[in-house]
Design a binder for this molecule. Structure first.
Ligand code: GSH
Length: 244
């Protein structure tokens, strides 16, 4: 039985899990949903409120993207994402998960939710048809719930930008000696996590399927993204995507 990955299709934490599963050559099917609509399938599977969750072929339920990466190391192919004994990888992965991920999500939603066409374009692409139809009708309510739940407002966006700026500058500093990856000479969980959780602001072409179409990306958002793309950390994140 293939594993089942329950996702909010465009979520960057789900992208992180997809990337690890693809890289480990795991046989899995994705069960994609819209935000909020994901609660029911997650609950049915015995997971928590958040996506992604992985139901393995053996029936185990993993409820966090980091656990999914570790499971890929144990059950998939290729070099481990968490090299044994490498505490630096563990610390960086956790740091990106806790701070960068929520910050890029808030900034992305801040620009997206004000723009009806861009929001609908993201919501219209993945998930069961009934969710997409209902999601369109309930867009103002869903947007209000997301704004409230994730504290998406100008002050929150400014705080998130500060977190992203700080993380990008720390990553840039680390890369100053010319290294290609954050820890050692090959891709680890630290690189994969940085690139996928930075994707909402880097807008890599390879993530394009989950973003609003090029012409619908709100201009303010495009401008912010260009600024991040031009930094050393941004260039490195985009390179990770080219190697994905
Ligand atoms: N620590 C979790 C975070 C995942 C997460 O925040 N997922 C969001 C989507 S980006 C979610 O499902 N949010 C729904 C909610 O919090 O109610 C992980 O790494 O899997």
């Amino acid at each position: 039985m293939p594993a089942q990955l329950i996702t909010i299709a465009f979520s960057h934490y789900c992208e992180k899990a997809r990337w690890a599963l693809d890289r480990a050559d795991v046989d899995y099917v994705e069960d994609a949903h819209l935000p909020l609509f994901s609660y029911l399938p997650l609950r049915r599977a015995g997971a928590k409120r958040t996506a992604p969750a992985l139901v393995t072929g053996d029936g185990d339920v993993l409820v966090d993207s980091t656990d999914i990466l570790r499971w890929c190391d144990a059950h998939g192919r290729g070099e481990p994402l968490f090299p044994p004994g490498d505490d630096e990888v563990v610390a960086l992965e956790e740091e990106f998960d806790r701070h960068l991920g929520p910050a890029t999500r808030r900034l992305g939603y801040f620009f997206l939710l004000d723009d009806k066409r861009a929001t609908l374009d993201v919501m219209a692409k993945h998930g069961p048809r009934w969710e997409r139809v209902l999601g369109k009708l309930a867009r103002p309510l869903a947007a209000a719930m997301l704004r409230r739940g994730l504290r998406i407002d100008a002050a929150g966006a400014a705080r998130s930008r500060a977190v992203i700026d700080r993380t990008f500058s720390e990553v840039g500093e680390r890369l100053r000696d010319g290294r290609k990856y954050l820890c050692g000479d090959r891709l680890t969980a630290a690189d994969l996590t940085f690139a996928s959780l930075a994707a909402p602001v880097l807008l890599p072409d390879e993530y394009g399927e989950y973003l609003p179409r090029e012409e619908l990306v709100p201009p303010g958002f495009r401008e912010v993204s260009e600024t991040y793309r031009a930094t050393p950390a941004g260039q490195y994140g985009l390179r990770m995507y080219l190697e994905r």
